[in-house]
Ligand binder design. Structure first.
Ligand code: SF4
Length: 223
């Protein structure tokens, strides 16, 4: 019996079935990228131990083409943020992110990287790396198990599958903006917040000056 042809525009003649496959450029391109994601080799805290464990023989993320951890951001396309992000470290993390070429992805591994975790609101801790750089996949847990990390990496592969060459931001004519590196002083300052900080400071100074210029009988009387 004659096999029914599939209802696509590019039907393969029956005599070529099994020898010819028709697919899209997007699918080939994404298949190559999803199967060779190279993470940047760095870790921040206890979550990094789980990441190392996931790379080792029992879980072995080389099965996903991810075993080539690169010590240089110039050669990596995945920033795997594994651990507590401190105010001291965030300038370095943003600088590394800026140095990675497009297309690049960020995975926030664990409660600390995703939102501060047990140290949220701590004097030295950033409440989530996504306050500074865009995150593609969040992995919950403290720490996430190697299985959870693998699930996060598979989720990233699914995200890559959905991207299209036509709409990819790294091929657009507009240049991708670099993220301003945070400034570490007594506290960490995001340069993007400087206009808002200036405006707040000027408003407060104006309020203080207005209060100081009021006649004494209009100021609050202390009984
Ligand atoms: S999420 Fe938990 S295990 Fe991971 S770095 Fe934070 S405290 Fe450590």
């Amino acid at each position: 019996m004659k096999k029914a042809m599939s209802p696509t525009r590019y039907d393969v003649p029956p005599e070529l079935e099994g020898q010819v496959a028709i697919t899209t450029l997007d699918k080939i391109y994404n298949w190559g990228r999803r199967s060779s994601v190279w993470p940047l080799m760095f870790g921040l805290a206890c979550c990094a131990i789980e990441m190392i464990c996931t790379a080792a023989s029992r879980f072995d993320f080389s099965r996903f083409g991810m075993e080539v951890m690169r010590p240089s951001p110039r050669q990596a396309d995945l920033l795997l943020v594994s651990g507590t992000v401190t105010k001291k470290m965030i300038p370095q993390i943003v600088r590394l992110y800026n140095q990675m070429p497009e297309p690049k992805y960020v995975v926030a591994m664990g409660a600390c990287a995703s939102g501060g975790g047990p140290f949220k609101e701590g004097y030295n801790v950033v409440s989530g790396v996504d306050n500074y750089i865009p995150v593609d996949v969040y992995i919950p847990g403290c720490p996430p198990t190697p299985q959870a990390l693998l699930h996060g990496l598979i989720t990233l592969q699914r995200l890559i599958d959905t991207q299209s060459l036509k709409r990819a931001r790294w091929y657009s004519k507009d240049q991708t903006d670099m993220i301003p590196v945070p400034i570490l002083g007594p506290d960490v300052i995001d340069p993007r917040d400087i206009p808002a900080i200036k405006e707040y400071t000027q408003r407060k100074l104006a309020e203080q000056e207005a209060a100081a210029s009021l006649p004494l009988d209009e100021t609050v009387k202390v009984e």
